[in-house]
Design a protein around this ligand. Structure first.
Ligand SMILES: [Zn+2]
Length: 216
C-alpha cells in the first residue's frame, strides 16, 4: 500500500525525470494516479512537469469532486475516460513527445496498430496502440474517442498532439509511455532505411509468451 504522501512524491519525481529528458516540454504533459480511497491525484492546469509541487496536486474524492489542491489539467477528460473504461488503470500519463507526434503525421500510419513491430518491448508494455484522429485542443470528443475503445486499449496516440497511456500504477504508466516514445523514435530514425522489423510470427510469439492483449 502506498501512502498518499509517497504517491504525491512519486508522481512529481517521475514527471520531473521525463521533463529533464525532453519527453515533454514547457507546461505540456499531465499525469494522474488513483489513491487508496478511490480518488485521484492529478497534475494541475498550466504546470510544468519539471516543477510539479506534491502539495498542490489536484485531489479528487471517489465521487469525482475536487476536494483539495489547484484546478486540474484541462485534459482531465482523457484521464477519466481511461479510469471509467479500464478497471485496471491505476495511473494515466499524457505527453507531448516529439517522435510519437512525428510518427502520427506520417501518411502511412496504421490507426489500428500505430507502432511498427521494431522491438518486443513496445508490444509487451503497450499492446496495440490506437491512433486517434486530430482534435482541437479542449475538444470533449477526445475523451469520447477514448471511451469509444471500451477499455480495450491501454495506450492511444492523439494525432498531431501526443500519446496517452494507462498503467497499473504510476511507474508502469510512465515506463509504458517512454517505451511508446522510444519505439516511435526508432521508427523515425529507421524510416526509409528498410529496417528489418519483427516478423508476424515473432510478434505472435511475444504476444503469446507475455500474454499481451492483442485482438486481431
Ligand atoms: Zn496534450
Amino acid at each position: 500500500m502506498t501512502t498518499e504522501a509517497a504517491l504525491r512524491e512519486q508522481i512529481c519525481l517521475l514527471a520531473k525525470s521525463m521533463f529533464d529528458r525532453g519527453l515533454t516540454g514547457g507546461s505540456t504533459g499531465n499525469i494522474s494516479a488513483r489513491t487508496d480511497d478511490g480518488g485521484l491525484l492529478v497534475s494541475p492546469t498550466g504546470t510544468s512537469f519539471g516543477q510539479l509541487d506534491p502539495g498542490r496536486l489536484s485531489r479528487f474524492d471517489a465521487m469525482g469532486a475536487l476536494i483539495d489542491g489547484d484546478p486540474p489539467t484541462k485534459e482531465m477528460p482523457l484521464h477519466t475516460a481511461f479510469y471509467d473504461t479500464r478497471s485496471t488503470a491505476g495511473a494515466v500519463v499524457h505527453l507531448h513527445a516529439c517522435h510519437s507526434v512525428a510518427l502520427s503525421m506520417m501518411p502511412d500510419a496504421d490507426a489500428d496498430n500505430f507502432l511498427p513491430p521494431l522491438t518486443p518491448y513496445g508490444i509487451m508494455k503497450l499492446g496495440k496502440v490506437q491512433l486517434l484522429p486530430f482534435f482541437m485542443p479542449g475538444d470533449a470528443a477526445m475523451g469520447e474517442a477514448v471511451r469509444g475503445l471500451a477499455g480495450k486499449r491501454s495506450a492511444v496516440m492523439l494525432a498531431n498532439h501526443g500519446p496517452v497511456v494507462a498503467g497499473a500504477d504510476v511507474e508502469a504508466a510512465c515506463n509504458a509511455i517512454e517505451e511508446l516514445e522510444d519505439t516511435a523514435r526508432l521508427a523515425m530514425l529507421t524510416r526509409g532505411l528498410n529496417p528489418r522489423m519483427l516478423t508476424a510470427a515473432q510478434v505472435q510469439n511475444v504476444v503469446t509468451k507475455f500474454e499481451v492483449p492483442w485482438e486481431t
